[in-house]
Design a protein around this ligand. Structure first.
Ligand SMILES: [Zn+2]
Ligand SMILES: [Zn+2]
Length: 251
């Protein structure tokens, strides 16, 4: 079963994303784009994931083909690059956020400079604004972050490794052998063939390509095709999805 996915989307909780990136708008746009699975991956927080999941579940209960919402977060490690984390359910993602919060720079947000960080409920109403800046670095190394995410039953995918900034490849010059995952994200500016031409040493990795959408028109259409294991053929939950990512990454 091939699923159409976009696993890197920023909601209005990320200071750099548009304010109309509400959970409801993201789910509706993803449904229009016929995506099967999406992940909200805001910087340092997953506080809009619950609303997006509930909106999508509601639509599915009404018989609509709403995408499955995979709880996620974009982290910045102490070495200064971005890692995507995915979790089996919203409670676990929120528990991880509480852990992450204790290990990152604490700075008040200045909404007029960096942008607002809006939190929504499941009917798309603003219920709060996150007052500390979320697009800051953690004090934990990439290795420590990977270990922590695995302890929370999640999986880590290094983000946009083809980019010149905030990427594992540009920061370290290589994907270090200590990173034992198999999945790497490339941005929409390249593809797997181009990437391997430039970096043949990455032949053993699997590439996924997401939108890193900061506005509604950027959401993937279509998404990347993810070969979902056949033993999950009869529908899938976020937990099944993350389990399959873990299996593919650590097989
Ligand atoms: Zn990033
Ligand atoms: Zn991002």
């Amino acid at each position: 079963m091939i699923l159409s996915c976009d696993l890197h989307i920023h909601s209005a909780l990320s200071p750099c994303a548009e304010n109309d990136m509400t959970p409801g708008n993201i789910v509706m746009m993803s449904m229009l784009n016929a995506l099967d699975a999406i992940a909200l991956t805001d910087h340092g927080s997953c506080r809009n994931v619950r609303a997006a999941s509930e909106i999508s579940d509601q639509l599915r209960s009404e018989g609509q083909n709403s995408p499955r919402v995979i709880p996620g977060m974009e982290m910045e490690c102490a070495e200064g690059f971005h890692l995507l984390a995915y979790f089996p359910d919203v409670d676990t993602a929120e528990a991880f956020e509480a852990f992450y919060e204790k290990h990152r720079i604490i700075l008040p947000n200045k909404p007029d400079i960096f942008g607002q960080q809006l939190i929504f409920d499941s009917v798309d109403h603003v219920i709060g604004e996150y007052d500390q800046l979320l697009s800051v670095s953690s004090y934990l190394s990439s290795e420590e972050l990977v270990d922590a995410v695995l302890r929370f039953d999640g999986v880590v995918v290094p983000a946009h490794i083809d980019r010149d900034s905030y990427s594992m490849l540009s920061s370290l010059g290589a994907i270090p052998p200590e990173f034992n995952g198999k999945i790497l994200e490339i941005s929409s500016r390249t593809n797997a063939v181009q990437m391997l031409k430039k970096h043949p040493e990455l032949y053993r990795f699997v590439f996924v390509s997401n939108s890193d959408a900061h506005n509604l028109t950027m959401i993937a259409d279509p998404g990347f095709g993810y070969e979902f294991p056949s033993h999950f053929r009869n529908g899938f939950s976020a937990k099944d999805f993350v389990l399959s990512l873990r299996e593919q990454s650590y097989q």
